[in-house]
Design a protein around this ligand. Structure first.
Ligand SMILES: NC(=O)c1ccc[n+]([C@@H]2O[C@H](COP(=O)([O-])OP(=O)(O)OC[C@H]3O[C@@H](n4cnc5c(N)ncnc54)[C@H](OP(=O)(O)O)[C@@H]3O)[C@@H](O)[C@H]2O)c1
Length: 286
C-alpha cells in the first residue's frame, strides 16, 4: 500500500481504528476522520509508533452534519492529489428517533447520507487514482430490512432495529448503484459485513443497549475482535485478488449474497435520486 492514500471514516474507534492500524502497517498514507480530536490525535501517535507506517492525518468532522461533510471533503482534497481507497465505515445506532441538524433522521444521515455525499465530493480524486476502491461497511442487519425508507425514518413509525437495518440496506444499495454508475471507469465499489464485533457501537444509547448488542453475538460465540472485524475491509483495500472486482458484498474475505431487496436496481436508483435531493448534489459524470 506504499504510496496509496486511504481515507477512513469513523477511524477513532472499533473496526475503523483497527483497519487504520492494519493499513498503516502495510505502508498506506492515511487520512482518518472522527468527531473526537483527542481520540484522533491519540490514534495518529499510535500509528507513528509503527515502523512501516507512512503519513497519518486526522481530520475532525461530524458526518451527520452535511456542512461538516463538505468541510471534510475540502480538507481531504487539499491534502492529496488522489484518493486510492475510500472506506465508508463510520456508523451509529439510535434507540430513539432523533432529528439531525439537516432535518434528516440521524441513523440515515450518519450511516448513509454522509457517505453518499462524501463519495460524490471526492469523485474526481478517486478518478485521479490508477484504480480506486470504494469500500462501504454494511451489515448482516440489512437482511430483514424492508426498504421502506420513507416510513422507517419517520418519528411516528420509528423502530431502532428497522432504522439501523434499513440504513445498512441503504449502504448496500449505494455500493451496488455506484458500481453501475462507475462502469467503464477504474473505480470499484464493494460492500462488507464485518460480522458481530466488540466495539463501541450503540454505546451512545447507554450500557444496557450496548450489552444487548455485544451479548447477542457473544452468546452465539460469534463475537469478533475489532482486528478480526477489520480484516475483510483491509483485504478489499489492499489485495490484488480483488483488483477490478466491483458490485459485490463480502464477509470473511468471501463474496456472499445480500438480500433480494438490496439487489432491486429500481429501488437503488430511487434511493440515489432521493439522496441527491437531500444533499443538494448534482449527479456524477463519468
Ligand atoms: N460492531 C458490529 O458488530 C458491526 C456489525 C456490522 C456492521 N458494523 C458497522 O461497522 C461500522 C463501524 O462501527 P463500529 O462497530 O466500529 O462502531 P464504533 O466503535 O462505535 O465506531 C464507530 C465510528 O464511527 C464514528 N462516528 C459515529 N457517528 C459519527 C458521526 N456523526 N460523525 C463522524 N463519525 C461518527 C465514531 O466516531 P466517534 O469516536 O466520534 O464516536 C467511530 O469512529 C459501522 O458502519 C457499523 O454499522 C458494525
Amino acid at each position: 500500500m506504499k504510496g496509496k492514500t486511504c481515507v477512513i471514516t469513523g477511524a477513532t474507534s472499533g473496526i475503523g481504528r483497527a483497519a487504520a492500524v492494519q493499513l498503516g502497517r502495510l505502508g498506506a498514507d492515511l487520512i482518518l476522520t472522527g468527531r473526537d480530536e483527542r481520540k484522533g490525535a491519540a490514534l495518529v501517535r499510535r500509528l507513528q509508533r509503527d515502523p512501516v507506517g507512512e503519513t497519518a492525518h486526522f481530520i475532525r468532522a461530524d458526518l451527520s452534519i452535511q456542512r461538516e461533510v463538505h468541510e471534510l471533503a475540502v480538507a481531504i482534497r487539499s491534502r492529496c492529489a488522489r484518493v486510492d481507497v475510500l472506506i465508508n465505515n463510520a456508523g451509529a445506532r439510535f434507540d430513539t428517533f432523533q432529528m439531525g441538524p439537516d432535518k434528516v433522521e440521524m441513523t440515515f444521515a450518519t450511516n448513509h447520507l454522509s457517505h453518499f455525499l462524501l463519495t460524490l465530493l471526492l469523485h474526481d480524486k478517486l478518478k485521479a487514482a490508477r484504480a480506486a476502491r470504494v469500500i462501504t461497511v454494511a451489515s448482516g442487519a440489512h437482511s430483514g430490512a424492508s426498504g421502506d425508507f420513507e416510513r422507517c425514518f419517520r418519528a411516528e413509525t420509528y423502530d431502532r432495529k428497522a432504522a439501523y437495518g434499513n440504513s445498512k440496506l441503504a449502504n448496500l444499495m449505494f455500493a451496488y448503484e455506484l458500481t453501475l454508475r462507475m462502469k467503464g471507469t477504474k473505480i470499484t465499489s464493494n460492500a462488507v459485513d464485518p460480522g458481530g464485533v466488540a466495539t463501541n457501537l450503540g454505546r451512545n444509547n447507554g450500557i444496557v443497549s450496548w450489552l444487548r448488542h455485544v451479548g447477542y453475538h457473544a452468546l452465539k460465540r460469534k463475537l469478533l475482535s475489532p482486528r478480526k472485524g477489520a480484516e475483510t475491509i483491509v483485504f478489499l483495500a489492499s489485495s490484488p485478488a480483488v483488483e477490478g472486482v466491483s458490485g459485490k458484498y463480502f464477509f470473511r474475505k468471501m463474496e456472499i449474497e445480500s438480500s433480494r431487496i438490496s439487489r432491486d436496481e429500481a429501488a437503488a436508483m430511487r434511493l440515489w435520486e432521493s439522496s441527491l435531493r437531500l444533499t443538494g448534489m448534482d449527479d456524477l459524470s463519468k
